[in-house]
Design a binder for this molecule. Structure first.
Ligand SMILES: Cc1ncc(COP(=O)(O)O)c(C=O)c1O
Length: 390
């Protein structure tokens, strides 16, 4: 049973902290869910606490087997234990990979709009951030693959981050798009950093294919570093446990050595337990959550198209994030944010934080109780009516 009735107004909660200054404000932001972390995971963590000592713990064989089994069963990715490297989070893992598999001043291609920390991770590691704008076709993003080929040919790019499903656009890239990216990357000797953290939130009309899927072939696996965790789908962002999968023996050796040098695999005991249990026992719970999220997605998408047509939503093929185009209002990014808060009493993630292509957009997180989503959509309608009256 999923539980969508949670109170998250605790101290230090990132999403709800905005209500400190204005308790009428409804935040629909940060990519975690207002759905209780499943009870079987909380109970497993409680059993660890009941042992009374939080001492040093090693990742168990069961932990590795749970990841391997999950990735094979649901993503057709065949992995062996020694191809996995544990890291505290996907962001930490990305930084680690960038530092050890590329050099200072190398270019890293990032499709724009992008998950905002990508930029920081690239720039603060003294690599060049190559922003590659996605293009819109019939209101959805597509990748201009000929242009990507050109950018790889003309730049000093050594890696590309491929986020699938895509945050913030909600796109699930097609197998042919993924294969073409791999072909182009291979031709230019560019490493593919596949961020698949969102790929367990999947809807009936679109199942994401992993860059490391057996379907993609050996060559693709050989030039891919897969980054993932159980945290998005099972609402565990605070547990700090993620993993890298690396099949290329040369890259694996470099990263294993670096992992030892940095002691990066020393993750949280509770994170190991939560991840294992999520993958061992979580399939039914997740199916229920995904069905709930899919109904939320359909409801929000239809509501906006019918009731607030000036806000143009992209159709999220994956993720619990909806990317909304507010350009018809002719407001600046700062005005838009301010008016949503003042007139609609709603807080969304400003698109401009996701790169230049995000200007005029806002991101809405629909992983909430249906009643809260309904409230949020009504607030958007209130904003729309108020702003058009002025
Ligand atoms: C695409 C993407 N990658 C990485 C992360 C961060 O993951 P972690 O908390 O494991 O660093 C997020 C979180 O929202 C995300 O959306």
């Amino acid at each position: 049973m999923i539980d969508t009735n949670v109170n998250r107004r605790q101290d230090n909660n990132v999403k709800w902290s905005v209500t400190k200054d204005d308790d009428q404000l409804l935040p629909m932001t940060v990519a975690d869910m207002d759905i209780a972390t499943p009870q079987f995971i909380r109970e497993a963590m409680q059993r660890v606490l009941d042992q009374k000592v939080l001492g040093y713990t090693m990742p168990s064989t069961a932990f590795y087997n749970a990841i391997i089994h999950w990735q094979k069963t649901y993503h057709n990715v065949s992995l062996k234990r020694d191809q996995l490297i544990i890291v505290p989070s996907v962001a930490v893992g990305l930084s680690f990979v960038i530092r050890h598999l590329t050099q200072v001043d190398d270019g890293i291609i990032v499709m724009s709009p992008y998950y905002p920390p990508y930029r920081q991770l690239v720039i603060d590691n003294q690599r060049q951030f190559i922003e590659f704008p996605l293009v819109q076709r019939e209101g959805q993003y597509v990748i201009d693959l000929d242009r990507l080929d050109q950018v790889m040919a003309e730049s000093n790019a050594k890696a590309i981050i491929v986020c699938n499903p895509h945050n913030p656009g909600g796109c699930v890239w097609t197998t042919s798009e993924l294969q073409r990216i791999q072909d182009i990357a291979n031709a230019h000797n560019v490493l593919v950093l596949a961020d698949e953290i969102h790929d367990d939130v999947a809807f009936s009309d679109n199942l994401p294919v992993s860059m490391m899927s057996d379907l993609m072939g050996e060559e693709a696996s050989d030039q891919t570093i897969l980054l993932k965790s159980a945290t998005k789908a099972f609402n565990l962002a605070g547990i700090k446990c993620a993993f890298l999968a690396v099949k290329n023996p040369k890259l694996l050796a470099i990263l294993k050595q670096a992992a030892a040098a940095e002691a990066i695999e020393e993750v949280n005991t509770l994170g190991l337990v939560a991840t294992r249990v999520a993958y061992e026992q979580g399939a039914d719970w997740l199916a229920e959550v995904n069905a709930y999220l899919e109904a939320n997605r359909n409801f929000a998408y239809e509501y906006l198209r019918e009731e607030v047509p000036m806000i143009r939503p992209m159709y999220p093929e994956g993720t619990y994030l909806m990317w909304l185009d507010f350009m018809a209002y002719g407001l600046t990014d700062a005005e838009l944010d301010q008016k949503l808060r003042e007139l609609g009493h709603i807080c969304l993630n400003p698109g401009i934080d996701y790169g230049k292509t995000g200007s005029g957009f806002m991101r809405l997180n629909f992983a909430v109780d249906r009643a809260v989503l309904t409230d949020a959509l009504k607030r958007l309608k209130t904003f729309d009516q108020a702003v058009r009256k002025k």
